[in-house]
Design a protein around this ligand. Structure first.
Ligand code: ATP
Ligand code: MG
Length: 423
């Protein structure tokens, strides 16, 4: 038997309802905050990711699924969404009517990492991107939305971590301080970090290797090197978060795994996921639009790990399972033919309906209705056909009423809908 690829997974009925429920809540929330959906392709030219995410990052160096297509062009399965959203913003000149645009997108991402709980090679993200807004208040709003989403999903054990990565004005100064520090601990660093230490020292702060993390404990903090403007922005962010009563922690090690971030960065972390503690991450990427060949417009956004959300959401999966409102139990060929038409028409009326098309006994059909959690069973057999009525049985109260076959679809819908709208 052929099995799926390691690190990939099926999301089966029984689990998918939770994904659907979360997606519905996230979409509604984002749309309430003015975000519009954008759908971008799953593959892009490799160059798009290499340039925007950065050549020395883990993602570009070792995690991307990159291959030549049949004509030899290098293409990559997207490891993240921001680069593609910005590409679309530029390619379609979406900034021309109004540079301020808010987009969200939901879909699979691909990174060849070591699979484990909370870490897959195809995983899903809910992304939000805001283009054209320079005010740090929008970063606060993004964090606010993330915290609100977690609350709506009954996720309790979360912490907002924030940091500032400075800007092209002040980062060189920090880079220098960091480079000096890294030289003093070079012997303790992993091979990747020894190489990055010179090429891209900030990346060392993001290394997950425990010995590197330990060696970095005394590293200088970027917050001490911020220029006045970055400092002011960062204070605005903190004051606004306090105003909104969002608990947060300044985390000077939070640099995120992508090169394009600047100024405010943030992560929502949880204690419920073991080592995979980041539920969502994001921040400002003011240089990216220009880097990709567009006007000098600011950008900021976040990515939520959808898989991780499903692993910690407090929604009750059993409540989410779709149950038929009506199960039609037909006995005999004539009844079945008639019931089949009711089935089609009730389904079309928006009433979730199920029936057994085989030649099963009433007992076995009732059992199946029970197993599916049907609210009502509509029973029709030869005797009912003769009487011109069918029996509608309430599976909870066990009460049974006879319903005339003439006009039965409307009547069943009426009874079931009335029962559902009662508190
Ligand atoms: P991590 O530190 O866990 O590797 P990251 O910094 O690489 O995360 P981002 O690129 O910021 O992650 O992506 C945003 C979110 O996507 C993460 O916070 C996480 O919830 C989720 N995520 C990232 N990589 C994976 C993966 N391989 N499997 C499942 N979820 C993932
Ligand atoms: Mg990662």
């Amino acid at each position: 038997m052929i099995q799926l690829i390691r690190g990939f997974k099926d999301i089966l009925p029984g689990e998918v309802e939770l994904w659907q429920a979360i997606e519905k809540i996230a979409r509604a929330l984002l749309e309430d905050f003015g975000f519009k959906e954008i759908r971008i392709p799953i593959m892009e030219r490799t160059e798009l990711f290499a340039r925007s995410i950065g050549e020395d990052t883990d993602i570009v160096e070792k995690e991307m699924y990159t291959f030549p297509d049949r004509k030899g062009d290098l293409i990559t399965l997207r490891p993240e969404a921001t680069a593609s959203v910005v590409r679309a913003y530029l390619q379609h000149r979406l900034y021309a009517p109004d540079p301020v645009q808010k987009y969200y997108t939901i879909g699979p991402m691909f990174r060849r990492e070591r699979p484990q709980k909370g870490r897959y090679r195809q995983f899903y993200q809910i992304n939000a991107e805001v283009l054209g807004v320079a005010s740090p208040l929008i970063d606060v709003q993004l964090i606010f939305i993330l915290v609100a989403l977690c609350a709506k999903l009954a996720i309790t054990d979360i912490n907002a971590h924030i940091n500032s990565l400075g800007c092209p004005d002040c980062r060189p100064r920090y880079r220098e301080a960091l480079t000096g520090f890294l030289a003093s601990i070079a012997a303790e660093l992993c091979a990747d970090c020894r190489r990055r230490r010179v090429r891209n020292p900030l990346r060392v702060l993001d290394c997950k290797v425990p010995s590197c993390r330990e060696a970095m404990g005394e590293a200088p903090s970027i917050i001490d090197s911020l220029c006045d403007e970055c400092q002011r922005d960062f204070e605005t962010v903190q004051a606004a978060l306090q105003d909104l009563k969002i608990p947060f922690r300044v985390d000077k090690r939070l640099v995120r795994g992508l090169d394009y971030y600047a100024r405010t960065t943030f992560e929502i972390q949880t204690g419920s996921l073991g080592a995979q503690s980041a539920v969502a991450g994001g921040g400002r990427y003011d240089g990216l639009v220009k880097l990709l060949g567009g006007p000098d417009l600011p950008g900021t956004g976040f990515a939520i790990g959808f898989d991780r959300l499903t692993e910690i959401a407090g929604l009750n999966a059993a409540d989410l399972l779709p149950k038929p409102k009506v199960f039609i139990a037909a006995l005999g060929e004539r009844s079945r033919a008639l019931a089949f038409k009711w089935n089609c028409r009730l389904g079309l009326q928006g009433l979730r309906v199920e029936m057994d098309l085989g030649d099963k006994s009433l007992k076995s059909q009732m059992k199946r209705a029970d197993r599916l959690g049907a609210g009502y069973v509509l029973i029709v057999g030869d005797k009912e056909l003769e009487d011109g009525t069918a029996l509608l049985r309430n599976m909870q109260s066990k009460a049974q009423v006879a319903i005339p076959i003439e006009g039965i679809v409307a009547k069943v819908k009426e009874v079931v809908t009335a029962a559902n709208s009662r508190p």
